[in-house]
Write a protein that binds this ligand. Structure first.
Ligand SMILES: [Zn+2]
Length: 336
């Protein structure tokens, strides 16, 4: 790559596409969100055109011409293969029938007429977290858990993303944890969409708050303002804000999520002996003192570590809302 050339990172979410650009000397040209409507529900033809149009607008916005973009990294929610073929069974984010089994990486590559590489959104965010800490060339190992509607994330081992044989590497949400050791949820049976009981996502996600934790704790806190709302889906969205303000019940819900993460991270420490653990996603987009409280609770839940591993860093992922696009751009840079 010469000094004029860049790679683009494109994060395709449910409602919006977010863009970033990365130079050969590892500088991001976009600081915050740079969004364009996604129109995912209208199917591949409309959506891929939207992505292309948005890319041109985003490039112009930072003073780039299209010919300066020499490679593209794309990330989307899964399930998809490691090569970017969306699941033939459909998925929450790609409901239009033509998305089933669609090769979104190849589709975008044809549309943009330049090389496109693919990561799922959790792996892309994990790659960004890793890069922000260790730079591009490194042999470090990190585990990232991203708390959103579900729980995504990624495992980077000695500098490389673990995508696995079928693209399911780093599906951390469906790893079982010994949840019965979390105090305060005796009698709770946390079920996940995937069919498991007691995996990380079943306790640590917005879906877990809505379906499992909020109903459980509201029974124990009669008269709580969120019970008065009557709509669990709406109520779930207020839990973080109230927890941040110190509401007792909402803090309890966040403590359970932090403890679930602590148990999970302990498993990861014993499997990978990582350099650092990252927590990201909407749940931790809060003020610093609440982030610190969450991290302290995660640590409190972890069994005692070996002396060598006791001081492992647990960090909040920086620039959380742009993490996917940034990670996708890093992957593209590694390939051009
Ligand atoms: Zn699951």
């Amino acid at each position: 790559m010469n000094a004029q050339q860049v790679v683009a990172g494109i994060d395709l979410g449910g409602n919006a596409v977010n863009y970033t650009f990365l130079t050969g000397d590892r500088r991001f040209l976009v600081e915050g969100l740079c969004e364009h409507p996604a129109l995912v529900t209208e199917g591949p033809d409309v959506c891929l055109q939207q992505i292309a149009d948005g890319l041109e607008i985003a490039a112009t916005g930072v003073g780039l011409t299209p010919d300066q973009i020499v490679g593209v990294g794309l990330d989307t929610p899964g399930p998809a293969t490691a090569g970017g073929v969306l699941s033939a069974r459909g998925s929450t984010n790609f409901v239009h029938e033509r998305w089933a089994g669609f090769d979104i990486r190849a589709g975008l590559e044809a549309k943009l007429a330049r090389p496109v590489c693919y990561l799922n959104d959790g792996n892309a965010a994990a790659l960004w977290g890793h890069f922000s800490r260790f730079g591009v060339e490194n042999k470090a190992t990190s585990i990232s858990a991203i708390i959103g509607t579900g729980l995504g994330g990624g495992v980077i081992v000695q500098g490389s993303v673990v995508t696995g044989r079928n693209g399911f590497g780093g599906e951390l949400g469906h790893v079982l944890i010994p949840y019965r050791s979390i105090p305060g949820i005796e009698g709770l049976t946390p079920r996940c969409n995937c069919g498991r009981t007691g995996d990380l996502e079943s306790l640590c996600s917005l879906t877990a708050i809505e379906r499992t934790l909020l109903p459980f704790f509201l029974q124990r806190h009669p008269g709580h303002q969120l019970g008065e709302l009557g709509d669990p889906r709406r109520a779930a969205k207020f839990v973080r804000g109230l927890a941040e303000k110190g509401d007792t019940m909402c803090r309890e819900i966040f403590r359970v999520q932090a403890w679930a993460l602590g148990l999970f991270f302990d498993e990861m420490i014993n499997v990978f002996d990582p350099d650092v653990l990252f927590v990201g996603g909407g749940a931790v987009e809060t003020d610093e003192s609440f982030q610190q409280w969450i991290i302290n609770e995660i640590r409190a839940a972890m069994p005692r570590q070996r002396e060598e591993q006791a001081g492992i860093d647990i960090l909040v992922m920086p620039n959380g809302d742009t993490a996917g696009a940034r990670g996708a751009a890093i992957e593209a840079l590694a390939r051009v």
